[in-house]
Design a protein around this ligand. Sequence first.
Ligand SMILES: [Zn+2]
Length: 227
Amino acid sequence: MWKFAPFLAAMLATVPCAAADLTQTEARWLKGVWPVVAFARQAKLPLDVVVQPQATPGAAPLALGFVAGRCKLVLSMRGNAEAQATLDRIEPDLLDAALELMAAHELGHCQRYLDGTWLSLPAGFAAGVPAGLSDDQREAYVNMKSTRREEGYADLVGLAWTQQHHRQQYGRLHRWLIAERSNELMPGAHHDTLAWIQLAQDGDALNRQSIFAAAAVLWNRGLAAAD
Ligand SMILES: [Zn+2]
């Protein structure tokens, strides 16, 4: 998920989008994310696009759900001021590339899900848990850290996409992503992905043919630092 939001797989209304019914905001988002959707289709990743027809105030405008072996790129934009506000916060000449970065982030979640590695750690890496937690606290802590690692991986996929497709704008988008993740930062919480983003300051660190393989290299390197 791009920003804090309740996990949405359970509330998915899987209505396919009908172009004629889209709002202007939805149409702008869809146009922006479409290169990533086209890439996913070409790569034969099972990705569907869902435009939620009901009001979804407070939802992440763009998120990913997993349903029955398929990934759902979900736009939750009706009755949700954050959808347009997100667009308005991005410098106009960066908007398309930033929307692609966000969509590639979601595709990173999709790939982990398809790989069967969602919320799991590489073999040999043991995550630390602070002493003195109750069982409930321990579970919440482990969940938060697992989600945060997924967000870190997904941010790196977004940056790897940027390096491949918008190299001229990499530096500005990297700074934009740092600012996004620093905004209302709660250190150690779900979207505190700075330990990974900082490893990708130089886009050349993500030069690999596969955006997923490129992300995995830096993600592994950042695991210990982020733990
Ligand atoms: Zn995410």
